[in-house]
Design a protein around this ligand. Structure first.
Ligand SMILES: Nc1ncnc2c1ncn2[C@@H]1O[C@H](COP(=O)(O)OP(=O)(O)OP(=O)(O)O)[C@@H](O)[C@H]1O
Length: 174
């Protein structure tokens, strides 16, 4: 599929910094930030609310239909805590954000998550669930793992993605 701009997934366990990175990257590059949580809610791509985990039960087919046009056009930053559902043909780069357990614990605790939700997310980060999902779903050379612990780190992550974007544009110039 040929696009004039690439699509980038920013994924990771909740609290690793997907929204913060996506917003800053969108501001710096002009790419469109697609907050999948927001799309699920606004376009009702779900089958109801899961009380135990305090999250929507996502209808993946509806979600893909909702973002397909944008993805085909290119230039999207897809921000979500899962990545395996997006077709490989849509995606040019997958950034998996990581945080150490102490940092992540503090961030999730500050959100007043239930003990079950907090534990589920901590386990997911420790077991590298998102990193494995990304590596199993996409070619390894497009999957990048970046640490998201402090603001300096976030700055250098964004610079790195900007450099990648410049290179992608050069490689794909017609
Ligand atoms: N690299 C970082 N440096 C400093 N603070 C950070 C960093 N990454 C995230 N944070 C802080 O951690 C909190 C969670 O970040 P954010 O909302 O971006 O995570 P998220 O991965 O998008 O979470 P969710 O999946 O629940 O939407 C915010 O208060 C944010 O400011």
């Amino acid at each position: 599929m040929s696009r004039s701009l690439p699509n980038i997934i920013i994924t990771g366990t909740p609290g690793t910094g997907k929204t913060s990175h996506s917003e800053l990257l969108a501001e710096r590059t002009g790419l469109r930030h697609i907050s999948v949580n927001k799309v699920v809610k606004d376009k009702e791509c779900h089958e109801g609310w899961d009380d135990e985990f305090q999250s929507w039960i996502v209808d993946e087919d509806k979600l893909l239909d909702a973002i397909e046009e944008d993805a085909k056009q290119g230039g999207c930053i897809i921000d979500w805590h899962a990545c395996d559902l997006f077709p490989k043909s849509w995606i040019d780069l997958v950034v998996v954000l990581r945080a150490d357990t102490a940092t992540l614990y503090d961030r999730l605790k500050a959100r007043k998550y239930s003990e079950a939700k907090l534990q589920e997310n901590m386990d997911s980060e420790i077991m590298e669930v998102l990193l494995q999902e990304a590596k199993e779903s996409y070619d390894e050379e497009i999957v990048v793992e970046l640490q998201s612990v402090d603001t300096d780190g976030m700055e250098s992550n964004i610079e790195r993605i900007e450099q990648w974007l410049d290179q992608w544009k050069k490689n794909n110039a017609s």
